[in-house]
Write a protein that binds this ligand. Sequence first.
Ligand SMILES: *[C@@H]1O[C@H](CO)[C@@H](O)[C@H](O)[C@H]1NC(C)=O
Length: 637
Amino acid sequence: MKIFLSFIFFLISLLHFNSLTRKGLCIAQLTHAVTPPRGWNSYDSFCWTISEEEFLKNAELVSQRLRAHGYEYVVVDYLWYRKKVPGAYTDASGFDVIDEWGRMVPDPDRWPSSKGGKGFSEVAKKVHDMGLKFGIHVMRGISAQAVNANTPILDTSKGTAYFDGGRKWTASDIGMQDRKCAWMPHGFMGVNTKSGAGKAFLRSLYEQYAEWGVDFVKHDCVFGDDLDIEEISFVSEVLRKLSRPIIYSLSPGTSVTPAMAKEISGLVNMYRITGDDWDTWQDVSAHFDVSRDFAAAKMIGSNGLLGKSWPDLDMLPLGWLTDPGSNEGPHRKCNLNFNEQKTQITLWAMAKSPLMFGGDMRQLDDITYNLITNPTVLEINAFSSNNQEFPFVSGSPKSHFSLHSGHTKKVGSSRLKSFNFLSCKETKAKGWSVQAVDQDLDKICWKNSFETRGAPFCLYKRKAWIKSDEEVYTTQYHGKSYLLASRWTSLCVEASPKKRLTSKDSKRGSISPCKMDTNQMWELNINGTLLSSYSGLCATIKTVEDNAIPGGIRSWVATGRRDEVYLAFFNLNQGKTTITTRLSNLAKVLPGVKIGALSKCREVWSHQVCHISRGRSISMDVEAHGATLLVLTRNGA
Ligand SMILES: *[C@@H]1O[C@H](CO)[C@@H](O)[C@H](O)[C@H]1NC(C)=O
C-alpha cells in the first residue's frame, strides 16, 4: 500500500513537474529583454574596422571583467563585410563581400574563421563558450552591390532560387532605389516587403544569422529619419518564428517621438531615441528632454518582441575610443570630464537605457571600470520602477566667480561654433581658405576674425567618393569634398540627397550632431565661399556663447526593490550649483510610497551620508555638468 501510494505521489509530482516546465518554457518565451540589455559594442572604439582577433580579445575581457556585472552581449557594429583596403569607408561602394544570394558575409581577411562559408558561426561559438551572447549590426534592406550584381534570391524553404509567377526573381526586382539609406546612399536601400521575393530575401538573411548563432541584431537605417515600418514589422515576424531567441534592436533614432515609437515598440526589444551619442557635452545634455518624454509616455520597459522594449540612449563612449565615421581603431581618450561621465551614466541608469559600453576593453582604466560597474547604478538600471523626471527642484549658483575664472580660457569647450547659412551671393559668406595639413589632408578654415574669437574653425577635407559608372554622381559631385567636422564642433548639416535643406530649414537651425560625415558634401569656391551641395547655400561660422547651450538643472526619481527612493540631481550649468528639494514633493510623483518614513540618505558617487534637514528638505552642491545620486531609505533598512 505504502509503495502504491508513493507511486501515485510520484505520478502526481511527475505531472506537476511537467506542467511546471511547460509553464516555465512559456515564461521563458515572454521574458526577452526582461531588463535593459547590457553589453559591449565595437563602434565607439573601432568604428567599422574591427578584426576577428580584436573582437575576440575584447569579448574575452568583457567575459572576465564585466560579465559578472550583467554585461552579456558583445556586438560587432557595422560593415563587418567590408574589405579594409584603401578607398573603403562608410559610404564607399563595391568593397563588400556578398555571397551568391546577395547576402553580406564577413570579410575573410578581417574574419579568418568565416572562410569556407562559415560566416560568423566560429566567432559565435567562441563567444558562447565565454558565457556571453553574440550580436551583429545589420543595415536596412539590401546592399547596392547585390542590386548591381543582380544576384538571385534564396528561397530558404526549398534551398533554391526564388521562383514566382513562372520566373526567377533577382535583387534588382526587390531593391527600392528611391528608398536608399539617407546616411549611406551608396551602400543600402530598402526592399519591397510587399513582394514574396522581398520577404524571401529578408528571411534568407535573418535565418542565416540564427544559423550562425547570433543572439542580437542591431538593425540600422529603418528607424527615426529613415523609418520603414514595413521592414521592421516583417523582420520582427521572422525573428519571432525562429527557434533561437534573438534580441531585436533599432538604430539610430534621430527625430524619434513617443508617437513614432508606439508603432514599433511592440515589435522590438530596444530602439534608439537619439542620433549617435559621442563624448561631447552637447551629446550628453541632448538626452535629457527626450528621455523625459519617453518616461512620461510610459515607454520604459513596455511590451516588446516576446518580452519587453527599452528606449535606448545609445552606447557609452567612455574610456579609450576612436572618432565617428573613422577608418581608424581606438587611439584617444574620452573627451568628457569625470563630472560629465557621472552625469551620463546616472541618466542612463535612471532612464533604464540599455547599457552598451563602447570603449576598448584592452585599455579599460579603473575610473571607467568603476563607473560602468557601480552596483547601485546597475541596480537602478535593471530593477528600479516609477522612473521619471522630477520637476520639483530649485537651484542657485554656488559661486559667481567659478563661472568666469578659468572657464573662458578654454575656447574649445566653453564656446561652441555653429554653422549659419546664407546665399552664396552674399559677401559675408566669403572667408574660407585651404590649409594643407599633410600631403593627404587639407583643412578648410573660416577666417580667424574678431567674430570667431580664438582658434580658427576648421573642417577636414576628404575627397568625395564617386563611383565611376554612376554618371549622375560623376558630373554632379565632381571636385566636391566631404568635410569632417573637427572634434569640438562635430556639427553637421541636416541635409542629404533624400532630404534637401531649404533656406527655411536653415533658419530654424538644421544643424545637429553628426550622424555620419557623409551627409556633408561641400565645394570650396575660388572666391572663398563654401557651398553645401545638398542645400545650395553657403556656410559661415558664428560663435554661440555658453548661455546658448541648454543649461539649468534637472532631476529624476525612481523607486527600488526594497522601498528605497532614488533621487538624481543634474547640473547642466557651467558653474557649481546648489540643488534643493523638499521630500514632501516626492509624494506628488510617487503616490503610495511612504515618503514620511524616509530618514536616511546616501550619495552614491561620493559614498557620503547626505543630510535631510529638519524641514525635510535636501540640498546638494552639484559640480558643473555633474550629477549626484541619492539613495533614500527608512531607518533600519
Ligand atoms: C562666389 O562664387 C560662386 C561660384 O562661382 C558664386 O555663385 C557666388 O555668387 C560668388 N559669391 C560672391 C559673394 O562673390
